[in-house]
Design a protein around this ligand. Structure first.
Ligand code: FE2
Length: 382
């Protein structure tokens, strides 16, 4: 049976200049969550604060959210929020910042929650919005956390990454202004852009794919094939930045409703075991998984149609070609030097990928042996 779709929170803004929408928000106290220093250096933090002050808000900044945010970072941010008492939380940054801020929001709203396990096991999911509403301003074009119900939080003690998804965590406001993404370095542009392409391709092939998801994911994929090389080659290409941010958002609306496939299951696993950046893992795995899934007639036809619309014939080859333009390696042997360590963990990796939530909606559910074979191929770059 179809699950109800939710395409975004109550306010979705995109296009050049939409950041100014902040001026019209009804807020007295705003916490702004950022990562390292990129939003300070680009001047975006100052701009965001100035707009919020114009709206009449007092602002405070929670900084230092690291890539693959740890639970301890979530706790620190939530404590700062409890002291300040925001009625609006703004996440200004990439996927890690948006994910960490969403989790901070949950712990701010629910001081009775103190451990990660309590949230992972919470049933029903804790209700939000009694204290604050939540706004995302993405600085990368890929993870689409601004229109998704998911977060990924790392438990540094166990080395495990935990994914958690609930529509309660869908941001109320998403402000997708390409100006905010202009300062993104080329490597991040490439990797996050390939994450967005993977969202689109996996949403199309998902066993829960539907009419609206297909419309969003198809256009997103076509735009990414056209504009990702342009945004990578020239970060100041405003048109390419805008198309990439819109495509990422559209692919995000699709996948948060229809789910993904085993590229994500395997990328989550490699992220947990070998700290492979999420978008890089997706980019490298995608052609292998397209080839594997093509054993399924329905998936093969979906890939064929998308390739044709994008002006090619073989989707896996088109992704390989795009990766080449973006200087993304073909085999994990180029990024994980300890081959023995990789091969020794194949059983664990196959089990983790098989158990990942994204495997459920892949066109084919691979056996553990097939997962191992895919991990080996992707390592050797075959
Ligand atoms: Fe992703």
């Amino acid at each position: 049976m179809m699950r109800p779709m939710k395409l975004a929170g109550s306010q979705l803004l995109f296009g050049e200049g939409c950041l100014e929408h902040l001026k019209s928000l009804n807020t007295k106290r705003t916490s702004i969550v950022i990562g390292g220093s990129s939003m300070i250096k680009s001047g975006m933090l100052d701009t965001v604060r100035a707009y919020l002050q114009e709206a009449g808000a007092e602002t405070m900044v929670i900084d230092g959210v690291e890539p693959d945010p740890a639970f301890s970072t979530v706790v620190r941010g939530a404590e700062q929020m409890k002291e300040f008492g925001p009625d609006l939380i703004v996440a200004l940054g990439g996927g890690s910042v948006m994910d960490a801020a969403k989790a901070m929001w949950v712990y701010y709203e629910h001081p009775e929650l103190t451990t990660l396990e309590e949230l992972l096991e919470a049933n029903p999911f804790p209700k939000l919005r009694k204290k604050a509403i939540f706004c995302c301003i993405p600085s990368t074009a890929g993870t689409a956390s601004e229109v998704s119900r998911s977060v990924v939080i790392s438990d540094k003690e166990t080395g495990m990454k935990h994914g958690l998804g609930n529509m309660e965590m869908m941001p109320d406001i998403a402000i997708c202004d390409p100006q905010v993404t202009m300062s993104m370095p080329d490597k991040i542009t490439a990797e996050t852009g390939m994450d967005a392409l993977t969202h689109a391709v996996e949403a199309l092939a998902s066993t829960r794919a539907n009419y609206i998801g297909d419309i969003l994911a198809t256009q997103a994929a076509l735009d990414i094939f056209t504009y990702l090389p342009k945004a990578y080659e020239n970060g100041n290409d405003g048109e390419a930045r805008e198309h990439m941010l819109n495509a990422s958002m559209a692919a995000g609306m699709a996948f948060t409703n229809v789910s993904l496939g085993i590229v994500h299951s395997m990328a989550h696993t490699l992220g947990g075991c070998f700290h492979i950046a999420h978008g890089l893992g997706d980019a490298m795995l995608l052609p292998y998984v397209i080839d594997f899934n093509s054993q399924d007639e329905r998936a093969a036809e979906i890939y064929r149609q998308l390739a044709e619309k994008a002006g090619g014939t073989n989707l896996a080859d088109m992704v390989r070609e795009l990766n080449k333009k973006l200087n993304i390696p073909t085999g994990f042997c180029e990024v994980i030097s300890d081959e023995a360590a990789y091969m020794n963990r194949l059983d664990d990796m196959a089990m983790a990928a098989s158990a990942d939530g994204c495997t459920k909606t892949n066109p084919i559910k691979p056996s553990l042996q097939q997962f191992k074979e895919l991990f080996i191929k992707a390592y050797k770059g075959e």
